[in-house]
Design a protein around this ligand. Structure first.
Ligand code: PMP
Length: 354
């Protein structure tokens, strides 16, 4: 190693799901929405004047902040938006997990958390989920520098009750507790009502899944005004103009169309529940998912084999070679037609194989 390399900030980056794009392929590997964004988003895209791109965007993304504040019935000062919830989470790690004490998160969870912790030199300790993939609230009653967990969890889809979330909040008044609600719109219960009781709670959500806008990169969080103020101080010390103008304009349109939002999420939930039954009849088991994906393993056929066979058939799902989860596939919920093709393929494959 050269001398200069010794002082490089070395990190092992997060590995995102692949983004292949071929006609007729079925992409169920990154939990995107299989339906288009709200019609107003399309209209806004069509009406965008390229001349408007000459100017810097609003550095606060104020129209989007205001729309979200109105929708969730909070003050604009309680809302922070970022370039996807990854950006929001990354800023939150940098802002709030600064004590030098280990932060806590589940052993099986979103695999970006340990990457940010390493990037920002934040010590961390993972707490093992129980055999049903649930959090043990007791684990979060040890001294720590902050807590983060997704609810519903990824990649399991398992939801914790608001009682569990509150038990963790009650045990941790001296640190910031972040609840990552990337998947909450598919039937989960949001922790937002707890904001009135806990000024150290930060709830993070995204437009990437339930609002069908992964390509626009819009995420946000809601919390106490003081938390949001500190978050903005760090954001403005890092990069002021993070969210581009089209994302701001189209994000507002997505928030405006609640009817479309509710109809789309209801459709995905209905498909998910049907697919659960079909997977069960094919010999799969899975924890009950409240997200837009199902974390399934087969009783007899290894996940890695199924992953490869599906891929050969141009059906992409996600598989990790990691402790505890290497025999499961995370299957995003697509359209009914896509899921029918998935089920038909699995049925035929398993009939031949088992
Ligand atoms: N949190 C969780 C739990 C996720 O699974 C994801 C998606 N990879 C994100 C946050 C980030 O999503 P985005 O940056 O697209 O908002």
């Amino acid at each position: 190693m050269m001398k200069w390399e010794e002082n490089v900030r070395k990190v092992v980056p997060y590995v995102a799901g692949e983004q292949p794009n071929r006609p007729n392929m079925i992409k169920l590997n990154t939990n995107e929405c299989p339906y288009p964004p709200a019609p107003g988003v399309r209209k806004a895209a069509e009406n965008m004047e390229s001349a408007a791109l000459r100017l810097y965007p609003d550095s606060n993304a104020q129209p989007l902040v205001d729309a979200l504040a109105a929708y969730y019935d909070v003050k604009p000062e309680q809302v922070f938006v970022g370039v996807g919830s990854d950006d929001v989470l990354s800023m939150a790690f940098m802002t709030f997990f600064n004590s030098g004490k280990p932060i806590l998160f589940p052993d099986v969870t979103y695999s970006f958390y340990d990457v940010w912790a390493d990037l920002y030199r934040i010590p961390y300790r993972t707490c093992a989920l129980d055999e049903n993939w649930h959090i043990h609230p007791e684990d979060y009653k040890q001294p720590n520098g902050g807590v983060i967990f997704p609810n519903p969890n990824a990649p399991t889809g398992v939801e914790e009750s608001l009682e569990t979330v509150e038990e963790i909040l009650q045990a941790n008044p001296d640190v910031v507790v972040i609840v990552d609600e990337a998947y909450v719109d598919f039937g989960g219960k949001s922790a937002l009502p707890l904001l009135k009781k806990y000024e150290n709670l930060l709830v993070v959500q995204t437009f990437s899944k339930s609002r069908a806008m992964a390509g626009m990169r819009i995420g946000f969080c809601i919390g106490n005004e003081k938390l949001i103020h500190y978050l903005n101080d760090v954001k403005f010390s890092f990069n002021s103009y993070t969210m581009n103008l089209p994302s701001q304009v189209m994000g507002v349109e997505a928030v405006k169309d609640d009817t479309y939002f509710k109809a789309t999420t209801a459709k995905i939930i209905a498909t998910r529940e049907r697919v659960k039954k079909e997977l069960t009849s094919l010999g799969f088991t899975f924890p009950d998912s409240k997200a837009n994906f199902i974390f399934a393993s087969h009783k007899e056929v290894p996940a890695e084999e199924l992953f490869r066979a599906l891929r050969e058939a141009d059906i992409y799902v996600r598989h990790w070679n990691k402790p505890r989860i290497s025999n499961s596939l995370r299957i995003s919920v697509g359209t009914d037609e896509e899921m029918d093709r998935l089920i038909a393929f699995l049925k035929e494959y398993l009939e031949k194989r088992v």
